[in-house]
Design a protein around this ligand. Structure first.
Ligand code: 5GP
Length: 216
């Protein structure tokens, strides 16, 4: 009844490295058929087990700069000494089809998106504590000590920007954090201002006809 068509929502997940953004979006993709993940482009080298076109599109700095010139990015930023960017075309196509799109990007990128797509849903994922964040980064073992220190310093800067986001989810227990992000998505889908073609007049006419029927 009524809500014939909803636009896809752009969901922006940010938060310090090690906060658990990746695990959260992967869990959501398992259950949410209406959700797609935007694979970013990066100049960072692949980590062990990462696949080109799945985790990232891994490109050289030269290739990345060509894409900047072609205006191919919805946003891009220089993060932890590498470029990262969100390909524009695939995201816009998915939103047009009514799919929700999840972006996992840093604060600089999130602020760029906010300028151009203010109705995005901005969610900040927080680790339970800075000590726990450090433990997770060390345990993950994907970065050198210098890189961990760089990411840790960035975490402090990012946490200071939390007020720019609509929601904050503390990831102390992964199942609960996934449930919270999922609930945010479901609630946002029901927002009247996200529903196009909500045909109020049609509903009123139908109601009127039914009442006339009753009174016959
Ligand atoms: P990682 O190297 O750990 O995969 O990612 C490092 C940081 O870059 C994370 O904060 C991640 O969210 C961010 N990032 C990943 N893809 C993008 C993107 O397309 N744009 C921006 N601005 N940041 C991104």
């Amino acid at each position: 009844m009524g809500n014939k068509k909803t636009r896809g929502s752009l969901i922006i997940l940010s938060g310090p490295s090690g906060a658990g953004k990746g695990t959260i979006h992967n869990e959501l993709l398992k259950t949410e058929k209406n959700l797609t993940y935007s694979v970013s482009m990066t100049t960072r080298s692949p980590r062990e087990g990462e696949k080109d076109g799945v985790d990232y599109y891994f490109v050289s700095e030269e290739e990345f700069k060509k894409e900047i010139k072609k205006n191919s990015f919805l946003e891009y930023a220089y993060v932890h000494s590498n470029y990262y960017g969100t390909p524009k075309k695939s995201v816009l196509e998915s939103l047009d089809k009514g799919l929700d799109v999840i972006l996992e990007i840093d604060i600089q990128g999130a602020l760029q998106i906010k300028e151009n797509y203010p109705d995005g849903i901005f969610i900040f994922i927080m680790p339970p504590s800075m000590r726990e964040l450090k433990n997770r980064l060390v345990k993950r073992g994907t970065e050198t000590k210098e890189k961990i220190i760089e990411r840790f310093k960035n975490a402090y800067k990012e946490i200071n920007e939390i007020s720019k986001y609509n929601y904050v989810v503390i990831n102390d227990e992964i199942e609960k954090a996934v449930e919270k992000v999922h609930s945010i998505m479901l609630a946002e889908r029901c927002r009247v201002d996200r529903i196009e073609e909500f045909d109020v007049n049609n509903q009123e006419e139908l109601l009127h006809e039914l009442l006339v029927d009753f009174n016959k």
